[in-house]
Design a protein around this ligand. Structure first.
Ligand code: HAM
Length: 414
């Protein structure tokens, strides 16, 4: 006997109540971000591999081992998008969005793909909702994004949320620090995990991200980028934090926070939930002032974030929203009247009445029970002589011609 097919490892089907909960996240994102002037953008599910290699960075786990890359048959290398910021930078360039009033505020929601070791809260296909503001250096934009993200997490009832914040400095202040950190790491190389050691020359900052205890011990004593910030970087960061304080948004300064993407400059942040286990990151983001230049555009600042929809729901206690109401259940008392029932259901739907039609050959008693389980307001029992319309709340029933049923339902309650 052959094995039954299963969804690939790290993927899942979205069923029933889960679909409603996910739709709610999307609705809250549209409401909160839309009201702040963010417009929806959709980019393709795959892009040229080069975009991520350059944009996300060769030293990152994502590019080194997590991308789903394939040849499209014509010798072009394509990659299922592992994240949304590089594609948005590409779209900004491609559509000349620098000509629009700046910053260009965008939001997105959709599937992303990473070949990670699957575990609770970590999938190979997952859904992110994200927001990006491209074209402004203004620290108020960073704060706006962070506060909107906090609002979204609150709206979908994500529990035990903490915000950690750091500044990575601009490219310039990083250059000098990079040498200082590299010297330190080279001096401690034997104590670093071999994977970390192999990557320090590519990006010495990534060592802060390691979960290896030996590496963590070394990095606890490493010079911090935060202490090497230029005056401009520090002033920028202080304005971000001042705005957060004005908005009543609590945060923790975490000078060892680095994130697994190379494009970050200056403001960096992560929201975690203590409700989640090892994969505690619910959302993260930061400023990426060098990204657009890196992929071939003029120097353009940008800032944004993405939140994992599955992790938001794992850390949330919000019950699934109720399924859409059923106004009318069309029951069939006599099988030969099926076409009348069919026509009635069509007419009802066109009139904006949420209608379901019996389709399982149940007995009339079974149909009424099913309609009751669905919470139908009315049941139309299609009989020989006409239609008996039953009000499920009052139990009142009235026999009428089929063409009067919709009017009777839409009649305002006395
Ligand atoms: P990221 O931290 O790689 O950032 O991902 C953002 C969020 O996506 C994470 O906090 C997590 O909730 C979710 N996520 C990531 N990987 C997985 C996975 N394998 N399974 C489930 N959920 C996952 C970015 O992607 C950046 N593009 C964010 C950004 C936007 N930065 C600036 N603008």
């Amino acid at each position: 006997m052959s094995r039954r097919p299963q969804a690939p490892r790290g993927t899942f089907d979205v069923l029933g109540d889960d679909a409603e909960r996910r739709a709610r996240v999307e609705g809250e994102a549209r409401r909160i971000l839309g009201a702040a002037g963010y417009r929806r953008i959709e980019t393709p599910a795959f892009e040229a591999t080069e975009l991520f290699a350059r944009g996300v960075g060769e030293s990152t786990d994502i590019v080194q081992k997590e991308m789903y890359t394939f040849d499209d048959g014509g010798g072009r290398s394509l990659t299922l998008r592992p994240e949304g910021t590089a594609p948005i930078a590409r779209a900004y360039l491609e559509h000349g969005m620098h000509k629009l009033p700046q910053p260009v505020r965008l939001w997105y929601l959709g599937p992303f793909f990473r070949r990670e070791r699957a575990q609770a809260g970590r999938y190979r296909q997952f859904c992110q909702v994200g927001a990006e503001a491209v074209g402004a250096e203004e620290p108020g934009v960073d704060a706006e994004l962070i506060v909107l993200l906090a609002d979204l997490l609150r709206a979908v009832e994500v529990r035990e949320v903490r915000l950690r914040l750091n500044s990575l400095g601009s490219t310039e202040s990083r250059a000098a620090y990079r040498e200082e950190l590299l010297d330190y790491e080279r001096a401690h190389a034997p104590e670093l995990h071999p994977d970390v050691r192999a990557r320090i020359e590519l990006n010495p900052l990534r060592a802060f991200d390691s979960s290896d205890p030996g590496t963590q011990r070394v990095m606890a004593g490493a010079p911090k980028l935060y202490d090497a910030l230029s005056e401009e970087d520090r002033a920028h960061f202080e304005e971000v934090t001042a705005h957060l304080e004005d908005a009543g948004q609590p945060y923790e300064l975490d000078t060892s926070l680095v994130r697994g993407l190379d494009y970050y400059r200056r403001t960096l942040f992560e929201f975690t939930s203590d409700r989640l286990g090892a994969q505690s990151g619910v959302a993260g983001g930061g400023r990426y002032d060098g990204l657009i230049e890196l992929i071939g555009g003029a120097p353009t600042p940008g800032c944004g974030w993405a939140a994992g929809v599955e992790r938001m729901l794992l850390a949330s206690e919000s019950p699934a929203p109720a399924p859409p109401p059923v106004d009318l259940y069309v029951a069939i008392a006599r099988p030969e009247r099926r076409r009348v029932a069919w026509a009635l259901a069509q007419e009802a739907r066109r009139a904006g009445v949420a209608a379901q039609l019996e389709s399982a050959g149940r007995s009339l008693k079974g149909q009424l029970k099913h309609a009751d389980r669905l919470g139908a307001r009315y049941v139309a029992i299609v009989e020989e002589e006409g239609v008996s319309l039953r009000d499920m709340q009052s139990g009142e029933q009235e026999l009428m011609a089929a063409d009067l049923v919709i009017r009777a339902i839409l009649r305002p309650a006395a």
